[in-house]
Ligand binder design. Sequence first.
Ligand code: MN
Length: 245
Amino acid sequence: MKILISNDDGYLAPGLVALADALAPIADITVVAPDSNRSGSSNSLTLDRPLSVFQASNGFYFINGTPSDCVHIALTGILSEPPDLIVSGINQGQNMGDDTLYSGTVAAATEGHLFGLPAIAFSQVEKGWAEVASAARVARDIVERRFELFPEHFLLNVNIPNLPYAELKRPVATRLGKRHPSEAVIRAQDPQGREIYWIGPCGGEKDAGEGTDFYATAQGHVSITPLQIDLTHTKQLAELKRMLP
Ligand code: MN
């Protein structure tokens, strides 16, 4: 089995190293990741400058681009044949609810999905890398069970509580929750006295009820949400077709 691994926290991130270490015994792995932290880069591709591919002493490839660039270039320029699976993460911090639209971790998996390949994004709920080895073991479990869970094509979003492996509750199937709108922008002044802005923190949980990723992880479960990429609003399309036959 061949697995392509990427992330959005950069090629030096502990979550990426832990994921690669966990999967190396069961697969032929290739790691292609951004050269720096590109969290929040969503599905962006770099089109206004060329990209370079470098290789670290541990064999990891790194690129001066986004997570989507990394998977795109891996699939079209580095790998001689498509991998059997694309895995992204393990991200430092949760990607639940609306986070999935901004996430570079989910985007790396999505890029594989857009190439017709099965893909899984992994994130730890809390930042700080506590219990990252436990999360990597969960990731390996899910990779090993993927065809039992999903015989065909899949794009999975997995969030793992920062708990020791023995204290984690079983994986459960979830839907994405929803957040409130983001917190206010943070205003500051640069050293020259000019006003600058920092994007504020994401909003709190709005729909975090039973069945959501927020709820499952708060109970100590590993959350697995199957995703699809289809932005068409089917109900409104039917209404619009009636108005614009
Ligand atoms: Mn990240």
